[in-house]
Write a protein that binds this ligand. Sequence first.
Ligand SMILES: C[S@@+](CC[C@H](N)C(=O)[O-])C[C@H]1O[C@@H](n2cnc3c(N)ncnc32)[C@H](O)[C@@H]1O
Length: 274
Amino acid sequence: MNHAAPRYLEAKRSVDDRALSSRVRERLLAERPEEPRILEAGCGTGTMVPRLHAWGVEAGSYRGVDRSAAVLERARKRRAELDAEPIDGGFRVDDLDARFERGDALSAFDGEQADLIVAASFLDLVPIREAFDAFEDALQPGGLVYAPLTFDGGTIFQPDHPADRAIEAAYHDDIDGRPGRDARAGRHVLDHLRECGGRLLSVASSDWIVRPRSGDYPAAERTFLAMILGFVADAVGDQPEADDWLQTRRRQLENGALSYVAHQYDVLYRTPEP
Ligand SMILES: C[S@@+](CC[C@H](N)C(=O)[O-])C[C@H]1O[C@@H](n2cnc3c(N)ncnc32)[C@H](O)[C@@H]1O
């Protein structure tokens, strides 16, 4: 199960763009300082930089950390898409400096005094408490955590198949069995933040919904679905119903008849102020 394959992250971009909550985004933009110092944990191929820029974040600094060298190489190439100037480790677009570096996002931000930490499609991959402790240490008091697209234990494929419930349960159990991972991370983030003393500023669902239109899928979403089916296959391969379920789903995908929903939350949190 490789969530850091550049091909997967590029294919999910249009799905993310559709899913992100505009309500949480508007609150983020209203709360952020004019020239924020931004850190991103698990930045992947850097899709958040053009997104933030398009949302009006045109000044400040951004430092994205990921442990995969391959995704970072792709992230730095985003310079061309933004028509940005090269700088050491990244690029400058308008007055926003964006740099990408390799590291463990749970320790790489030590000693920072950031205004905003972004963690997109990330908190279901790492221990939640450890991540928030690291984020709080890396933020100014009263800093912001924007954690969009946090998976929350709903995986739906349509049309109905008799093995859907068994496959979904086995898939989520497999996720829960992997170190640090949590198939119901979204709700557990909300539980954790209730104990943290800061303010939950905004939360909304940001479900991925991928569906065919006239038998085809937009952008690279057919590839995205094929890769999601690959993740499910890795997880449930030894289930008795798996072969028939996977064959059916792959045929439906090829015929442009498969739909998919993953339940997720976008969360905006302000850490305690003095
Ligand atoms: C599902 S991807 C999301 C990438 C990007 N945020 C996005 O939404 O397109 C998760 C990313 O987190 C990275 N990752 C996972 N654990 C990490 C850690 N402890 N430190 C740094 N990166 C990590 C993976 O390499 C991967 O690129």
